[in-house]
Ligand binder design. Structure first.
Ligand SMILES: [Zn+2]
Length: 207
């Protein structure tokens, strides 16, 4: 069965890590408690007891993270991210991270809370950034928009698929279709890519 590393709703029979609000958690077998930087309050407020309880039952936490183009002040976003990483460490949960133009700050925040499996979702950068993230221990889920990137796929053919996943996020495509396109790019049977990424997904989720 294929694995969709990040979406906001299931789109097929694939195992899908659905990023959702606390009250939606019970509807999905694999739910991730969202705290999207776009929708944070203007000022930091400590997490409610309900949010903390939801974190305990979720399969993962996030998407959360940093975005220089949207959301409240960057300072407030960093405060929330630190609090979230602390909660994730306390509950031993992996974290799904959103990052727009803030890689150094994201790396610094993760470094302050070592030991938590982190997924950099929606990756659409260059091979150098991919390597930097893997070197820092991140799992990296590729944005469907980078499936056409020759340099990135040449890099993956050379360096392998360690810690690499695929996602559908808010696109309409299924992850099976995404994997088929990626497998063609990698000159690999889709079933093999599916098996490799299933394994990575399990590993990220700590199963
Ligand atoms: Zn998303």
């Amino acid at each position: 069965m294929a694995s969709d590393f990040h979406s906001h709703r299931p789109k097929s029979a694939a195992r899908t890590l659905v990023s959702c609000r606390a009250e939606e958690l019970p509807y999905y077998p694999l739910a991730s408690l969202e705290l999207h930087p776009w929708f944070l309050p203007e000022r930091f407020e400590p997490f409610s007891a309900a949010f903390r309880a939801a974190a305990r039952t979720a399969a993962a936490i996030g998407e959360a993270g940093l975005d220089r183009l949207r959301g409240p002040s960057f300072e407030v976003q960093v405060q929330y991210l630190d609090a979230l990483l602390e909660l994730a460490a306390a509950e031993a949960k992996p974290v799904v991270l959103h990052c727009v133009r803030a890689v150094p700050e994201l790396l610094a925040a993760v470094k302050r809370h070592p030991g938590t499996p982190c997924l950099f979702h929606g990756f659409r950068g260059k091979p150098e950034l991919l390597e930097e993230l893997r070197r820092h221990g991140f799992y990296v889920s590729l944005n469907p928009a980078v499936l056409g990137s020759m340099p990135l796929f040449e890099h993956l053919r050379r360096t392998g698929l360690d810690r690499i996943g695929f996602e559908t996020d808010d696109t309409a495509e299924t992850v099976e279709a995404v994997l088929a396109r990626a497998a063609a790019r990698l000159s690999m049977p889709p079933a093999v890519l599916e098996a490799v990424t299933d394994c990575t997904f399990e590993h990220f989720l700590g199963r």
